[in-house]
Design a protein around this ligand. Structure first.
Ligand code: GDP
Ligand code: MG
Length: 675
């Protein structure tokens, strides 16, 4: 065997769909490494991972679980990533920090499509990855069918590295296709070497041949050997496996049971032999071998005791506690041994360390000097779901903003927007994603917040022109007030906005008062007769008069408002609703469903096409009213096994009339009366 001894620690991310068993696998791995004494269970809430109250409450990972342990004298950091699509950002970021990904999936072929987006990301970034088919203890299907379904969603060839040994319905061991040795599972220990059962000898040599043929696609020498019927030396096969994984040419496939400790040592040994070291991964990321110490942050956490922690992979050199970096000082350096932070004085190349109090360093940023030519950090995921939020206690708004800013720093797929109508809108990847953020506000910042649907930014327009006269005159002892204006109000084309035109001749309205007239008009337009901002019109000041003593800015502003209040209702105002351009992307099996969702939401389908670079996926382009977007992602996911998604941009405003419009105007009136 080519047991190379990497000089530096390696890192692997455990990724895959929700509930495929990643956190359980982390537990099994830590047990196999001797880092914990007994295996915790998800259902007992006793695992190393998912220890936060938000994760335990849902029996689901809502943040990465990071654990460092030694296997056969070599150091590994495992990053167990949340599988839920709503927490994907953390998984994508972690993948940028590792030498390999272990994609954990379930045997059910119907679920294979759930790993498609992840495999796309891995291939796009050429990140070596291994497939681990988990829950093999409960598998109802043949591994072949599972593999076929998975192959359909992977651009890279999947290569079975072992085949199962069955006793009745149960899988009790495996045959390694390289060494051609058979093993029987022994929970808690390395498997027992046994003889290859006669019954599967035929199947074994077929599977082995298949594996070799795949490898020969990338190795001419091996191809020659196969053509000449020469048995390739085992070392050559191991070398190919390691090289092809490193270059992301193949995806080796293993299986087992995280909960019942089957196949875990087998998986760990494959990692040990085949996974590239930090130097190789750094090269893949465009980081030169020589240079100053460099680490990259993949996760930021604001912890209660330690303050801000930046979890980073060290790609070059060594960092030490108290070291000064461009003016900021590392204040606390930690390694996650098992699941707990252990203080360290130094951390070196290959390690995953938490850096304390790097206040200006964001997720994705480089610690040390950034390097030209480094692979770009993935863009944050675009928001798909939103809540309007407010602090329960009036006056807590500033504190709330501060807490939310920290949470958004922890998770770049969470964002905060000061929206129209003074609303604070929290955006993210789904309802659970936002709910977890709200829960963290309470558990970590002691902030109770209220949520509701965000207000749709309706506008109003006009459909007719009119001419009005507004006069403001008051004579109440002493100084009076006098302003007098004539306005032409005219509708403009959609998208034109608001134009104010000064047509005064001969100084009938003195020049210094004209800005006040414009201001009076603009203020009126912020709340039209239907309660929304009025757009796409011009207002021309055509004439007026003034009084040498009593005229003032205030008086002209009031006159303008009087004119607008009278004039605008005569212009046949109409509600305008925002329409978004939405691109939905789904596996083609679900395209018809996606189209039905659009029609069901007053949408208009513009067309559909194959998704660029995504075999077997379609995009559906549509115009959808923003008012219908609220739970679009919820419905889309529920109809597409969670993988359907969309992107959106504002497109145009469209007239809305009839019952739907009446309801909107009524609701707005009530809201305005309340506030
Ligand atoms: N039968 C069986 N169940 C498993 C296995 N591994 C995990 N599970 C169960 O699958 C569920 C999800 O496990 P978890 O580790 O939280 O999955 P994650 O979402 O991928 O982290 C839990 O109920 C586990 O008990 C396994 O090997 N066999
Ligand atoms: Mg998990």
């Amino acid at each position: 065997m080519t047991a190379k001894s990497p000089s530096s620690p390696r890192a692997a991310a455990l990724v895959g769909p929700f509930a495929s068993g990643k956190t359980s696998l982390l537990e099994a791995i830590l047990l196999a490494c001797g880092a914990i004494g007994r295996q915790g269970r998800i259902k007992d809430g006793s695992t190393v991972g998912d220890a936060s109250p938000e994760a335990r409450a849902r029996a689901m990972s809502v943040e990465p679980n990071i654990a460092t342990a030694d296997y056969l004298g070599e150091r590994w950091t495992f990053i167990d990533c949340p599988g839920s699509v709503e927490f994907q950002q953390d998984a994508y970021n972690a993948l940028m920090a590792v030498d390999t990904a272990v994609v954990v999936c379930e045997p059910d072929p119907a679920r294979a499509v759930m790993v498609a987006p992840l495999l796309k990301f891995l291939d796009e970034h050429k990140i070596p990855h291994i497939l681990f088919v988990n829950k093999i203890d409960a598998a109802g299907t043949r591994l072949r069918e599972t593999l076929e379904a998975l192959q359909a969603v992977s651009d890279r060839p999947l290569i079975l590295r072992e085949i199962p040994i069955r006793e009745g319905d149960a899988i009790t061991g495996y045959v390694d296709l390289v060494s051609e040795r058979a093993y029987k599972y022994r929970p808690g220990q390395t498997s027992d070497l046994i003889k290859i059962p006669d019954a599967i000898k035929g199947e074994e040599s077929l599977a082995r041949q298949e594996m070799l043929e795949h490898l020969a696609d990338f190795d001419d020498h091996l191809m020659e050997e196969l053509l000449e019927d020469v048995q390739p030396p085992t070392d050559e096969v191991y070398q190919d496996l390691s090289k092809d994984l490193t270059e992301d040419l193949i995806v080796p496939v293993f299986f087992g049971s995280a909960e019942n400790d089957g196949g875990i040592h087998r998986l760990l040994k494959a990692l040990r032999h085949d996974v590239p070291d930090a130097a190789t991964s750094a090269r893949r990321l465009g980081i030169a071998a020589e240079g100053a110490p460099l680490a990259q942050v993949f996760k930021t956490v604001h912890a209660a005791h330690t303050g801000k922690l930046s979890f980073a992979r060290i790609w070059r050199g060594e960092f030490s506690d108290n070291q000064s970096l461009d003016g900021t000082r590392i204040s606390g350096l930690y390694i996650m041994t098992g699941g707990t932070a252990t203080k360290a004085t130094k951390a070196g190349m290959g390690e995953v360390a938490a850096f304390g109090r790097l206040d200006t360093v964001q997720t994705g940023a480089v610690i040390g000097a950034a390097e030209p030519g480094m692979t770009a950090w993935p863009e944050p995921l675009k928001p798909l779901f939103a809540f309007a939020i407010e602090a329960e206690k009036k006056g807590d708004d500033v504190k709330m903003s501060g807490a939310l800013t920290k949470l958004a720093e922890e998770d770049p797929s969470l964002s905060l927007e000061h929206a129209e109508f003074g609303e604070l809108v929290l955006r993210g990847q789904g309802e659970i994603h936002l709910q977890v953020a709200i829960d963290r506000m309470k558990s970590r910042f002691n902030m109770q917040v209220n949520t509701r649907k965000p207000t749709v930014p309706y506008k109003e327009g006009i459909r007719k022109a009119t001419t009005v006269h507004g006069r403001h005159k008051k004579q109440s002892g002493g100084h009076g007030q006098f302003g007098d204006v004539h306005l032409d109000i005219t509708p403009l084309a959609r998208g034109a906005g608001f134009h104010f035109i000064d047509k005064i001749v001969g100084g009938v309205v003195p020049r210094q008062y004209i800005p006040s007239v414009e201001q009076g008009v603009a203020e009126f337009l912020s709340h039209g007769p239907l309660g929304f901002p009025v757009v796409d019109l011009s207002v021309a000041l055509t004439s007026g008069s003034f009084h040498a003593v009593d005229s003032s800015d205030m008086a002209f502003k009031t006159a303008a408002r009087i004119a607008m209040t009278e004039g605008l209702p005569q212009c046949d105002p109409v509600l305008l609703e925002p329409i978004l351009l939405v691109e939905i992307s789904v596996p083609s099996d679900f395209t018809a469903k996606a189209q039905r969702i659009v029609s069901g939401r007053r949408g208009h389908i513009l067309g559909y096409d194959g998704k660029d670079g995504w075999q077997g996926w379609d995009t559906v382009n549509a115009h959808l009213p923003q008012a219908e977007m609220d739970d679009l992602i919820v419905e889309l996911r529920s109809l597409t096994m969670g993988v359907g998604t969309f992107s959106w941009t504002f497109d145009h405003l469209q007239e809305l009339t009839g019952r739907v419009a009446d309801k909107v105007v009524e609701a707005r009136k009530e809201a305005l009366e309340r506030s």
